[in-house]
Design a protein around this ligand. Structure first.
Ligand SMILES: *Cc1c(COP(=O)(O)O)cnc(C)c1O
Length: 239
């Protein structure tokens, strides 16, 4: 076994243990939580190793890095999630490989995704990224729609050809009332998900929790956790 494969095997086992323990503590079944490994800034060779270790979901946040990586890994049985702020001029490229876009936060993006999905003959899953720290502008520091804008955006996605409304995503806020209170933030996201499912019962994905707070997310009821650092190591550059 190469050193890197050994390292990723050990890290993955530790993360798996954490998820299993968090599920047990919350009285949830392990199958209720899907691990998405965030491979941003790491090479396609790591993605290939992870696939060999049984990882089925990977996430990226920059199209420039993700597009060539996804192309290099096109032979692998992977679901690609896009989790970064998405400019409309990158949508055509992203739709070429992404199975799910988790950062849908505005109507112009919905229009662009729908147009390109139809053009490519693909169905793209969409999660609305919720900004729990949204200011008066109705948008978060790192993207995201304010809770009050979910219903309207959800209706838009649900009615858009080529798109499938899958649920909600959030990143625990660094500022505002939820700063340092991940559990509260994720519980708020769960409440918003409950509201959403009244009108869109199939939109039952709840993506929350990263390396530092996956336990809080599992406790709150998240269905998907997005883990980068704990599997791949501390990123060499900001990403
Ligand atoms: C980078 C990133 C993650 C993973 O963060 P880690 O702390 O490295 O686990 C999760 N979600 C999003 C949106 C990210 O950009």
């Amino acid at each position: 076994m190469t050193d890197r494969k050994y390292e990723l095997t050990a890290n993955l086992a530790k993360v798996e243990e954490r998820i299993a323990a968090a599920c047990a503590a919350a009285g949830r079944k392990r199958e209720e939580v899907t691990l998405i490994v965030v491979t941003k800034t790491y090479p396609a060779s790591d993605v290939r190793i992870l696939s060999g270790l049984g990882v089925r979901h990977v996430a990226e946040n920059r199209d420039q890095d993700a597009a060539p990586k996804a192309a290099e890994c096109a032979d692998l049985p992977l679901n690609w999630h896009f989790v970064g702020q998405l400019q409309t001029n990158k949508v055509r490229s992203v739709v070429g490989y992404a199975d799910v876009v988790q950062s849908v936060d505005r109507s112009r993006l919905v229009d662009a995704l729908s147009r390109e999905a139809v053009r490519a003959g693909r169905e793209v899953g969409c999660l609305l990224q919720v900004a729990l720290d949204a200011g008066a502008s109705g948008r978060g520091e790192r993207g995201g729609v304010a809770p009050g804008g979910i219903e309207e955006l959800a209706a838009l996605v649900a009615g858009a050809p080529g798109l499938r409304l899958d649920g909600l995503m959030t990143v625990a806020p660094l500022t505002g009332e939820y700063a340092g209170r991940q559990r509260m933030a994720f519980e708020r996201l769960m409440d918003l998900s409950t509201d959403l499912r009244r009108t869109h019962p199939a939109a039952n994905m709840v993506s929350a929790g990263m390396s530092a707070d996956l336990e809080e997310a599992v406790a709150a009821g998240a269905t998907h956790v997005r883990v980068g650092t704990a599997v791949l190591g501390v990123r060499p550059r900001l990403g």
